[in-house]
Design a protein around this ligand. Sequence first.
Ligand SMILES: [Zn+2]
Length: 345
Amino acid sequence: MIFYFSAQHELHAPTYEFFRGERVPCFESPARANFVHAELLARGHEVRAPSVDSSAVLAQVHSPRYLAFVQSAWAQWLALDAANAARQPFPSVWPVRTLRSDVEPANFVARLGLYSMDNGSPLVAGTWAAAKAGADAAMSAAPLLAQGERGVFCATRPPGHHAGADFMGGYCFLNHAAVAAQSLRQQGSRRVAILDVDYHHGNGTQSIFYRRADVLFVSIHGDPRTEYPFYLGHADETGEGEGEGFNLNLPLPAGSTAEAWFAALEVACARIDRHQADALVVSLGLDTYAGDPISTFALLAGDFDRLGARLQRLGLPTLFVLEGGYAAAELGVNAATVMDAFERR
Ligand SMILES: [Zn+2]
C-alpha cells in the first residue's frame, strides 16, 4: 500500500501536557509516527511525501480566523516574551455558555482559549508545520483513490479528529479526515463515508459535517458520559437539517470487550453500505488496543487483522488517516496489521 509520511511531524514535539491534573510527558509523541513508518517500510509498503498543498480545502473545513491563529500562534507567543521559547502556552479561560466567542480578544491566552476546547493540545514552534503536512498528506492521497488505488494511508501526526471548524483539542489542530473527505468530494465522489474507530469520539469531524448529507459520519467510541471528549458522541446525535440521519454514534461502555466492539462495527458497516458511498475515510485510532495507557477497550493485535479484513469487505476506495494510539511501541505493528489485512485478497 502507498502511505504518506512527512519528517515534518518531528517538529511537533511538545515536552509535557496535563493529565488528570498532573503535568506529565506527552502521550502524543514523535515516536508514534516513527514506529508506524518503520513497520510499514519493513513490510514493503511504499512511502511518499505529501506533495499537494491543502490550503484551499483547509479553508473549507476550518474558519479563516482559526487558521490564521494556529499558523501564527507560536510567533505571537514569542512576541510576548523571548523567554517563552522555553515554555509551552496553555489556555486557562474559555468562552463557555453566556460568554461571547464572536469577538476575538487581543490577549493571547484569551485567544488560545477561544480557539481551544481543552488544555490538551500542547503547542510548540513546529506545530503548524507538522499539522499542515498531515493535511497536505490527506490532500495528496485523495487523488490516488480517484486513479484506482484501493487504499492509501496517511501515517501522519499530530492527529486531527478532535479539531473542529474553529478550535483545537485533544492533541488535534487541523482535521485531516475532514480534509480527506472534502477533497474526495472535489475529486468526484458524490457521497463519502467517514468511519472513526478511535477510542475517543471524533467530535471535530462530526461537527464539521453535522449539517451535510453528502458526508456520512459514523463513530465507535467510549461512552462520552465517562470518556473524553465528554461533551459530544451520544447516540441521539443524528445530524441536523439536510444532515439529519447522516450521523451515527455507537458509544460503548468503558471496558467493553472486542466482541462488543466488533458487533458495533457490523452496525457501522451496515450503515455505510446503505449510504452507497463512492469512497471511505477511516479515522484510524489504535487506542482501542488493550495495552493503550489512556483508554479502556480490549482489542488485541489479532483484532486489527480482523478490522482490516472487515473494512476491505466494504469494497470501497479507502483513505486511512492515523489518529490516536498511545502504546507507541505497538502502534507500528497494529497499524501495519490493519493495512496488510485490508490489502489481502
Ligand atoms: Zn483517541
